[in-house]
Design a protein. Structure first.
Length: 621
């Protein structure tokens, strides 16, 4: 039962609603004195609607604008002091896998990945909130300047309630959605290779706004295509106007000059059109008409069939080839005159001369790439009838994107990123595609641990991780020996506050009374492996490189990618240990600044490396 309003009508809102019905182009969003966003009327546009002449007003230019856009740009550029903390117990094949599963706010995650993966990602796919009024939107803080944002992000844990319900009553329906997505797409573009592509799923609610910000961030010239996907193949007769059966998938490149979009494999139906009715040793062929439209001086001549019949082009038509070329084709048995050798001539196009792939169309039927129903069936195969995620995408749908945007050449390692991972369909699709074509694609999945109402999975991130575990095992079992080396693991990393205490960033603010708590600048609950990953981030080292742990002189030492990186964060580091590490000649080495056993050891570290391994880059935390 609806409740009474218990207040007088708001005539301003009613007037705006009436004007919106008559002049929808005049409705906009503005900020009030308190900074709140409200629906309003663009009076300059309204004056123009009511005038027969051009009305003086603001300078016109082609752009997409909304309240909060400048703040969204600010938050894309603002630094954070956070880190990624490893979780071995939730990972699969932690030490050897090259796949990452990052749990946390994807805005933070994208910022943390900038150093390491700048210009290295081949393909991005995201399925962001569609802004239907039933979606959660990330609640980013745009209300402060860069310095204040930096200070707050260092000294406070903002891991609280990060999601807000975005409804029309919010008064920020489109602006909030745009402000949420804009900084994330700007950061994502930085990660793409020069030949990289991004695919984004969307429906009718925000498709125009999405194309607007993608055109601004990537450039309209880098728009590859916008695909219509048939997500539902049945008709809903209870729909108000039309039965919605589609969604959009738009694709942009980092730079179209160097981007290659892959081809799809030929189907049995396509190949069945080729026959070999004359037993040509070159194999199956298909008849192609020899006529072309229009007049051509070199294209009008007689063709004499082996049986004696004479053929001429029809009126306003001409032969596709010059006479000398046509005679050469006849001599090469590439022109077919029918079984009686007196029929209309056709060119023989051989199957072995046709490109072994076809260009993808911009219409993707559900029978080819799956539907909402098939996506749910895929989850049922893994989780049983009670599927844990309401609106998954089909694995086959994302596999097609991988075939187009994640082509494998010479077993090259390609990185695929999905920073709205959801139920981890992208990771599932990447493993399945690798198993099918022997590819070596690496997957980075990012998902906010949004709470669910389920008892078996407390967050969406838990659902995603479990799906990868189950899907990987199933794919490997089904593929058998073909997938013996298939990487079905993932390294779980969680976005968290910095491992370093505030004094590490702002020592001048430390109070004398609290100096006893600052004997170490590292937070007490952080492990050596936590410190290792923050150093990897800071140094821009690949987070998926293999990690080995050795005990040297009684201390734990990490070696990343054999000898690319060495680190020890234990206390009591001796000169003996420093020499032993230096003798391994790592490319980089890092120690804890206050972890040495003696002052002279700390003083001599640089000299030891200079003597034994002068090319090693040395750092301390």
């Amino acid at each position: 039962m609806d409740k009474l309003k218990m207040h007088t009508p708001d005539f301003t809102d009613e007037n705006i609603a009436r004007l919106a019905e008559l002049f929808p182009s005049c409705v906009t969003e503005t900020k009030d004195a308190e900074g709140n966003l409200n629906r309003a009327i663009d009076f300059d546009q309204l004056r123009q609607e009511l005038s027969g002449n051009i009305v003086d007003g603001p300078h016109e230019r082609y752009h997409l604008d909304w309240p909060g856009k400048r703040e969204a740009l600010l938050t894309a550029n603002a630094p954070i002091a956070k880190t990624l903390r490893p979780s071995r117990e939730e990972s699969v094949d932690f030490d050897t896998t090259k796949n990452l599963y990052i749990e946390g706010d994807n805005l933070d995650a994208l910022k943390l990945l900038q150093e390491t993966y700048l210009g290295k990602v081949k393909m991005i796919y995201i399925d962001p909130p569609y802004n239907t009024g039933n979606d959660f939107i990330y609640e980013d803080d745009f209300a402060e300047d860069k310095d204040a944002y930096f200070e707050r992000s260092m000294q406070k844990d903002e891991e609280g309630n990060r999601l807000v319900w975005n409804s029309e009553a919010n008064g920020r329906f489109h602006s909030d959605w745009l402000s949420m997505l804009y900084p994330r797409l700007k950061l994502a573009r930085n990660l793409l290779r020069d030949d990289g592509v991004i695919f984004v799923s969307i429906d009718d609610n925000e498709v125009l706004n999405l194309l607007g910000i993608l055109n601004e961030i990537f450039g309209s010239a880098n728009h590859i295509a916008t695909v219509v996907w048939e997500k539902v193949y049945t008709t809903k007769n209870d729909a108000k106007y039309f039965s919605a059966s589609h969604e959009y998938l738009t694709c942009y490149s980092k730079n179209t000059d160097g981007t290659m979009i892959g081809r799809l494999g030929r189907t049995e139906e396509m190949d069945a059109r080729y026959k070999n009715i004359d037993n040509d040793p070159r194999g199956p062929w298909k008849a192609i008409p020899l006529y072309s439209e229009g007049e051509s001086k070199n294209g009008r001549y007689d063709i004499v069939a082996p049986g004696g019949a004479i053929f001429q082009p029809r009126k306003d038509m001409h032969w596709r080839y010059r006479e000398a070329d046509m005679m050469a084709l006849i001599d090469d048995n590439r022109i077919y005159f029918g079984k009686d050798e007196n029929s209309q001539p056709n060119l023989k196009r051989f199957l072995n001369e046709v490109a072994q792939g076809v260009r993808a169309k911009t219409l993707w039927p559900s029978k080819d790439v799956g539907s909402n129903d098939s996506a749910k069936k895929e989850l049922k195969e893994l989780f049983g009838s009670d599927i844990p995620f309401p609106y998954p995408k089909p694995v086959t749908y994302i596999q097609r994107m991988i075939q187009l945007g994640g082509e494998v050449e010479s077993n090259e390692e390609l990185i695929i990123l999905d920073f709205f991972s959801g139920s981890a369909t992208s990771a599932h699709a990447a493993m399945k595609q690798n198993a099918g074509d022997g590819g070596n694609r690496k997957m980075i999945s990012v998902q906010w641990p949004e709470e669910t109402e389920r008892g078996d999975f407390s967050t969406i991130a838990e659902i995603g991780k479990e799906r990868i575990r189950r899907a990987g095992k199933k794919i490997k079992e089904e593929a058998g020996l073909m997938a013996a080396n298939l990487d079905i693991g993932f390294r779980v990393l969680k976005v968290d506050t910095s491992n370093m205490k505030d004094v590490y960033y702002s020592p001048d603010t430390a109070e004398q009374a609290k100096l006893t708590d600052l004997i170490t600048n590292i937070k007490e609950d952080r492990t050596p492996e936590d410190l290792l990953f923050q150093v990897l981030l800071d140094w821009g080292v690949d987070l998926a490189l293999p990690i080995e742990r050795e005990t040297i002189a009684g201390k734990k030492v990490f070696f990343v990618d054999d000898n690319a990186f060495a680190a020890c964060f234990d206390d009591g580091i001796s000169a003996e240990l420093v020499k032993a590490i230096a003798e391994r000649k790592p490319m980089r080495a890092v120690f804890k600044d206050n972890g040495y056993d003696r002052d002279d050891t700390k003083i001599n570290v640089a000299e030891i490396f200079k003597l034994i391994s002068p090319d090693t880059e040395l750092k301390a935390i």
